[in-house]
Design a protein around this ligand. Structure first.
Ligand code: GRF
Length: 200
């Protein structure tokens, strides 16, 4: 059984998609063993609580410097002994000590078709604002391995989504979630848990 730790920052809709895929047996050989977040008000924690899944808030605000936060985040993840770490709407740049400790065992969902609209400063609604400002007609989402860079790891899956006239960033974000993120992230987790995609 693949042990998954999920890192979150906000609403946790991608976490919800993972829970639902497990409950619907679309993901057969995996379990979420811990949810870790940097924002104590994240609704994602309510989603973990409703499934009796362990959760912990590790916030940079609670540490006197970044290095102490980085160590605390690593310890919180290691405590769960995960096989796979999933960044699902996690807005913290993953510290190098975590990337090294879980090399090729961390995946991320990014709300654009990498290499477009990614890297430093491109997260959450900002991605969709940039997509609309540029006027592209197609966007989407990407699942990729996490390496030492920002959104630079090996791409595992992508799904395109149409940009429609009159889209606001919020409307576009929702469409990208519904039509891409919530589909490709559980699918890649399923493939990893079935051994179709190798990790580590
Ligand atoms: C989404 O736009 C997701 O693509 C990005 O963070 C946002 C919130 O995700 N990574 P969630 O609802 O917290 O899963």
């Amino acid at each position: 059984m693949l042990r998954i730790a999920v890192c979150v920052s906000g609403g946790g809709t991608n976490l919800e998609a993972i829970f639902k895929a497990i409950e619907d047996k679309k993901i057969k050989n995996a379990e979420v063993v811990k949810v870790i977040g940097n924002n104590r008000n994240a609704y994602a924690f309510e989603r973990a609580k409703s499934r009796n899944v362990a959760f912990e808030c590790v916030s940079p605000k609670d540490f006197e410097d970044r290095e102490k936060f980085n160590i605390a985040l690593l310890e919180s993840i290691k405590e769960a002994s995960p096989d796979l770490v999933v960044l699902a709407g996690f807005l913290v740049n993953v510290p190098e000590i975590v990337v090294k400790a879980f090399k090729n065992r961390i995946i991320n969902i990014h709300p654009s078709l990498i290499p477009s609209f990614c890297g430093k400063g491109y997260y959450g609604l900002k991605v969709h604002e940039a997509v609309l400002a540029r006027g592209v007609k197609v966007t989407g989402a990407t699942v990729h391995f996490v390496d030492e860079g920002i959104d630079t790891g090996r791409i595992l899956a992508q799904k395109a989504v149409e940009v429609l006239d009159g889209d606001t960033p919020e409307v576009l974000q929702r469409r990208v979630m519904e039509q891409a993120e919530w589909i490709i992230l559980p699918d890649i987790i399923s493939k990893i848990s079935d051994g179709v995609i190798a990790i580590g």
